[in-house]
Write a protein that binds this ligand. Structure first.
Ligand code: MSP
Length: 635
């Protein structure tokens, strides 16, 4: 167990670098970010690790499809991860890649050490292998019947090879004893029970090398064998902080063992059985907790590339901004269960919880202060009973939030914070400060001060989930994030003695107008449409007369487009990475002109530009072979 109580080492799974991140990858990463930020609030030193899993058969297959080498494929995807994490305010300490030389060498050191110790030995394995899951489903045994993979349901292949085994069977009793001694090892408990029954049913030695795969970490002194991708990947949690690297012993001892590994329910066995056994064999301590979350589903189906129902976090960001998406995922996807994602629910959340409940309360305080020329506000000498009650409610809320956050039940913690948001709203309405402003200046100021204290507490407690918006909120009250110590502990015993300096700001949250693209599952079965359906979409050629970049966005360009007799329109497109504004002015493109206008980052788009992605993912504009009059409708 982690002895240094003032540090917090948290990890995400490392993502297969076969595609850009999707909403599921964002979800795992967000949970880790929230846990990291919460522990920063508790005054701890934090190391937050994320990264990519870059070896194995899956990568080879994707690379072949893309006409690239495995190295080229993984290199081409890293920026998409880093950009998406930056966009979503994921504040990681290190981004780990399993192709990093330091990782490769440390894994080889680890393999050699276990070989010398006798925990890894050479043998022969024949079994049914699931390539998409990178795992042997079962040993071949007597049966010749090809089983389906229990994880993904796809068919398996018979693979027979000389292999190195890890002596997993030798750790069965030790693992069971460890689980018994650490009843909080896996959160939530239901997942723990599944793991215990799996181990109790008997563990066989684990094949941890492949000769059929070439893209991976070669075994030391036997390079025909490549380390099984999980034996390679799991070790990232120790190699990233200096395991088996000269001069990094202190760093390693400082951070290891991990306080929390965040992972999805599909990869529990690897983290709860293999990983602890690897660590036991290596003489290393075991992590404190595994936090196992469910899946984000679309129409009750797991979101995945193969089902074609993947939601792109970048599109969501452009429509709703990072903090609103963070809030929705953390509040309405219960960590313990699968959760259904829908744009309509996200929009409802922004309107009700964020704009109405929180944004509006702040706005009313700021407007009342401004109207009554209060820029600076001191707390009253003595608080009245109603304000003291609000203060007690805040303390009770913070205590319960701390308890939930200790188990990483973020959705429950947010539920409790939002109950307090409602209590603060109720207090504000009952006191009717807009009337007091005219009758009793002291009472009026007290209500403003009490509500501002409540808002400050809400902002600090919600900061791990919505860092940027909550910092904006604090700033509008003339307050800032405290820099040191255990902020939550201090808040619980706070006497409400803050002074406030108000600055009016634009609304914190904009209510969506319902025009965002409904991100629903893509039906992959071909469906025919009629000629009338085709006629519904007005595709028109336009000439771009002006173009500028939208500063706050990594993707958007804003264009003024001339459609001849049909007039001019402003249209936004996510092509900043591929074109400079200068390259577009004077060019013709094809636009959907009868699409309902929508607001993106505060700018209205009155149509949609048609684009064609090439194999590299570069989006190019489409035009007629020769210039045609602006406003020509496509037929
Ligand atoms: N490379 C392995 C992990 C190695 S860790 C040493 C892997 N990668 S993955 O890219 O397939 O998945 C990474 C994480 O994303 C897993 O925790 C998985 O549960 C999560 N998600 C992938 N799709 C998901 C959803 N639809 N919903 C929520 N999370 C899901 O496994």
């Amino acid at each position: 167990m982690s002895e240094n109580k003032n540090k917090f080492y948290v990890t995400t799974p490392i993502y297969y670098a076969t595609a850009k991140p999707h909403l599921g990858s964002l979800y795992s990463t967000l949970i880790a970010d929230v846990a990291a930020r919460w522990n920063r609030l508790l005054g701890k030193q934090v190391f937050f690790l994320t990264g990519t899993d870059e070896h194995g058969q899956k990568i080879v297959q994707e690379a072949e499809k893309a006409g690239k080498t495995p190295q080229e494929l993984v290199d081409s995807l890293i920026d998409a991860y880093k950009d998406t994490w930056r966009m979503y305010e994921i504040n990681y300490t290190k981004f780990m890649r399993t192709t990093d030389e330091s990782h490769v060498k440390a894994v080889q050191h680890w393999l050699k050490y276990l070989q010398e110790k006798g925990d890894i030995y050479k043998g022969f394995y024949t079994g049914w292998y699931c390539t998409p899951c990178e795992t042997f489903v079962s040993e071949k045994g007597e049966s010749t019947k090809q089983p389906a993979c229990p994880e993904c349901g796809r068919s398996t292949q018979e693979v027979s090879e000389e292999t190195y085994f890890f002596k997993l069977s030798a750790y069965q009793d030790k693992l069971l004893q460890f689980y018994k001694d650490h009843p909080d090892f896996i959160i939530p408990q239901e997942r723990f029970n599944e793991v215990i029954s799996f181990v109790e049913s008997g563990l066989k030695d684990l094949s941890i090398s492949r000769t059929t795969v070439k893209w991976g970490i070669p075994f030391p002194d036997d390079s025909t064998h490549i380390a099984y991708v999980w034996a390679d990947a799991l070790n990232n949690y120790i190699t990233a902080i200096g395991y088996a690297q000269k001069g990094k012993e202190e760093e390693f001892n400082r951070w290891w063992p991990a306080d929390l590994h965040v992972l999805g329910k599909d990869i529990v066995r690897f983290h709860a059985v293999y990983w602890p056994a690897f660590l036991m064999a290596s003489g290393l301590e075991l992590p404190d907790h595994l936090l196992v979350h469910g899946w984000i589903q679309i129409d009750e189906k797991k979101m995945s590339k193969s089902l074609g129902n993947v939601v792109d976090p970048v599109v969501l960001y452009e429509q709703f901004g990072a903090d609103a998406v963070r809030f929705y995922l953390m509040r309405y996807m219960a960590i313990t269960q699968d959760g259904n994602f829908s744009t309509a629910d996200l929009e409802k959340t922004i309107t009700a919880d964020l704009a109405n409940d929180l944004g509006n309360l702040l706005n009313r305080v700021l407007v009342l202060a401004e109207k009554n020329s209060i820029n600076f506000l001191e707390p009253p000498q003595v608080w009245s009973e109603s304000a003291l009650l609000l203060q007690e409610q805040a303390q009770a809320m913070l205590k319960t939030v701390s308890e939930y956050m200790e188990r990483y039940y973020i959705h429950m913690a947010l539920g409790v914070i939002w109950k307090f948001v409602n209590q603060a709203n109720a207090y504000f309405h009952e006191q009717e400060p807009w009337k007091l402003a005219k009758t009793n200046s002291d009472d009026f100021k007290e209500v403003l001060s009490a509500t501002s204290h409540a808002l400050r507490i809400i902002a600090l407690a919600t900061w791990p989930i919505m860092p940027k918006k909550m910092e904006e909120l604090l700033k509008s009250l003339g307050s800032a994030m405290p820099q040191e110590g255990n902020i939550i502990e201090k808040l619980i015993s706070d006497e409400w003695s803050k002074e406030f300096k108000f600055t009016t700001i634009p609304a914190l949250f904009i209510k969506p107008d319902g025009s965002a693209t409904q991100l629903k599952s893509v039906d992959t079965t071909d469906q025919f449409i009629t000629i009338d359906d085709v006629a519904k979409v007005q595709l028109v050629v336009g000439t771009i007369t002006e173009c500028e970049a939208i500063e706050k966005s990594d993707k958007l360009l804003k264009m003024q487009v001339d459609f001849g007799e049909k007039g001019k329109r402003q249209i936004l497109a996510g092509i900043k990475k591929f074109y400079t504004p200068g390259q577009l002015v004077g060019k013709q493109g094809v636009f959907v002109v009868n699409l309902k206008p929508r607001i993106m980052l505060g700018h209205e788009s009155q149509g949609m530009m048609l684009l064609a992605p090439d194999a590299e993912g570069k989006f190019m504009l489409i035009s007629a072979q020769e210039e045609v009059p602006s406003g020509t409708r496509l037929r």
